[in-house]
Design a protein around this ligand. Sequence first.
Ligand SMILES: *[C@@H]1O[C@H](CO)[C@@H](O)[C@H](O)[C@H]1NC(C)=O
Ligand SMILES: *[C@@H]1O[C@H](CO)[C@@H](O)[C@H](O)[C@H]1NC(C)=O
Ligand SMILES: *[C@@H]1O[C@H](CO)[C@@H](O)[C@H](O)[C@H]1NC(C)=O
Length: 164
Amino acid sequence: IFALLCLSSGLVSSSGDRAKDNGDIFIISYDSFDGDVDDISTTTVSSRAANYVDFDEVLRECNSSFITPMSHVLQFNTTGKLLDEKDLTSKCYFRCFFEKAGILDNFKLNGDLVRKYMWPATGDSIEYCEGQGKNETNACIRAYTITQCAMMRALTDARNKPMV
Ligand SMILES: *[C@@H]1O[C@H](CO)[C@@H](O)[C@H](O)[C@H]1NC(C)=O
Ligand SMILES: *[C@@H]1O[C@H](CO)[C@@H](O)[C@H](O)[C@H]1NC(C)=O
Ligand SMILES: *[C@@H]1O[C@H](CO)[C@@H](O)[C@H](O)[C@H]1NC(C)=O
């Protein structure tokens, strides 16, 4: 995901018109955003081929609500961590990113997409990661905790390409 994600950031301007063509996408501007990601549509996979995820679009939309430096994204890509583990904006960015990509839905990982874009997850690793942050009441922190777990697994096991 992140390889795609990073490569694609250069193309953001060229994809600027795409949202207009996709009726189920809307963007809440940063200024008016109240912090509730549930207000943002999470169905982007729909009209394309099954399991196809437009990471360009996901990155652009999530970064418009939760402005996160590319360096944070790169760091997460290579270490599975944030420099500042209290950085809630970045956590909300990753929550948005993984939810819009369809990889995470209501704190459940989509096994097919995880295996396609992250790593060839086997055994109970998906269930294990979903259980992380279970007691966390902040949705961004909880979602981040789950995706961080998945990312750490991807980094320590063989990572599928293309990935974050
Ligand atoms: C992200 O990680 C993947 C897999 O290790 C790597 O191929 C890719 O180059 C990384 N992306 C960046 C921009 O560092
Ligand atoms: C998000 O947007 C800011 C400001 O436009 C930009 O500097 C930053 O690189 C973007 N982050 C990502 C991950 O694309
Ligand atoms: C979550 O809460 C349950 C019940 O209060 C507790 O048993 C469990 O240890 C907690 N898990 C974590 C990871 O803190």
